[in-house]
Write a protein that binds this ligand. Structure first.
Ligand SMILES: *[C@@H]1O[C@H](CO)[C@@H](O)[C@H](O)[C@H]1NC(C)=O
Length: 231
């Protein structure tokens, strides 16, 4: 019975190796530089007007290598918009397309005052799924609280933005080819298991079979001696 268990373990191990190599393959496929356009809106009374904030260049998803390039300087107009949104308890909204060129967006927001009081010091996190599409976007500022500061305009000369990218590690995904391979492996295992059972049957019961055979041989050879003189 130990042998089939051993083969199952080997099969499982092979299946894990196959899955891992599949993941590595996927990662390789989606490595390589690409860009996402980041858009923002200083939203007052729920009226979001998105404009380009900059570009996120992702060099490597696995290595978390990404950086942000602003589209333009933070203009006086931007400063006024941010100040207005901040004082009127508006929102600062951000969005990125699920992939470059897509009209589908993933978005997030913080109170506008948080960005204002941080002097444009924000940290972005972009989450990607296994296929390399954007799953989530989040933003925090440092400091992350609003205490009613009056920040000088000179503090808004440039973004102090950091970007982090993360790829979600998913569990097993439906994969027909791997499943078929697994079925074939199971079949081979079963055949091997069957052979082992046959062998182990003789191996296991030889001590019962051999005495019976010997007894039968003794019995047949002693019969002609009429009742056995030994007794
Ligand atoms: C303006 O920026 C300077 C330098 O980054 C910082 O020390 C200061 O706290 C900022 N002012 C406000 C009101 O946030």
């Amino acid at each position: 019975m130990a042998a089939p268990i051993k083969y199952t373990a080997v099969g499982l191990f092979l299946a894990i190796i196959a899955d891992l190599s599949g993941l590595v393959h996927l990662d390789d496929e989606f490595e390589g530089s690409r860009t996402l356009t980041l858009e923002h809106s200083f939203t007052i009374d729920g009226n979001a007007i998105f404009s380009k904030r900059g570009t996120v260049v992702i060099r490597s998803l696995k290595g978390n290598k990404a950086h942000f390039t602003p589209a333009s300087d933070f203009t006086r107009e931007d400063i006024n918009l941010l100040k207005k949104a901040s004082s009127q308890k508006g929102l600062y909204q951000l969005r990125v397309p699920v992939k470059e060129g897509s009209q589908q967006y993933v978005s997030t927001f913080i109170p506008a005052c948080a960005l204002y009081e941080s002097s444009l010091n924000d940290q972005l996190t972009i989450n990607f799924d296994q296929s390399g599409e954007v799953l989530g976007l989040s933003v925090v500022t440092t400091p992350g609280i609003c205490v009613g500061l009056n920040v000088p305009a000179s503090n808004f000369s440039d973004w102090k933005t950091t970007v982090e990218v993360m790829q979600t590690v998913s569990g097993p995904v439906p994969d027909t080819q791997t499943y078929i391979d697994k079925m074939n492996r199971d079949k081979v295992e079963k055949e091997k298991g069957g052979q082992n059972d046959n062998r182990s049957f003789f191996g296991k019961y030889w001590m019962y079979i051999v005495p019976v055979v010997i007894l039968m041989m003794i019995a047949t050879s002693q019969d002609p001696n009429a009742g056995g003189g030994g007794r």
